[in-house]
Design a protein around this ligand. Structure first.
Ligand code: HEM
Length: 71
């Protein structure tokens, strides 16, 4: 399983992971509040909850934009 999920097609599946959430919304939430939508098979608390404090809004938006390109 590794440290986290496989990101190879993350941008493609992000929009269908949580009904009603856009891909960008899902990714943003998964970074700033990783326990809101736990990826299948993972327990909470594995991913740091500090990224909203550690990163600027611009940096988070850039990460989301990059992850959307992973297909
Ligand atoms: C800037 C750095 C990081 C970004 C942008 C990021 C992003 C994400 C995203 C988007 C997901 C959802 C994945 C999915 O739907 O398949 C996720 C889940 C996860 N991440 Fe991270 N991550 C980061 C750092 C880390 C680090 C350093 C760790 C471990 C030391 C980690 C561990 C996990 C784990 C275990 C999950 C699955 C459990 C869950 O959904 O919370 N992440 N991460």
């Amino acid at each position: 399983m590794g440290l986290g999920t496989n990101f190879h097609d993350l941008g493609a599946r992000a929009g269908r992971t949580v009904p009603g959430k856009t891909a960008a919304d899902y990714l943003y939430t998964s970074i700033v509040n990783p326990d809101t939508f736990l990826a299948g098979g993972y327990q909470d608390g594995l991913m740091s909850r500090e990224y909203e404090k550690l990163l600027t809004r611009q940096q988070i938006d850039d990460l989301v934009a990059y992850m959307l390109t992973l297909r």
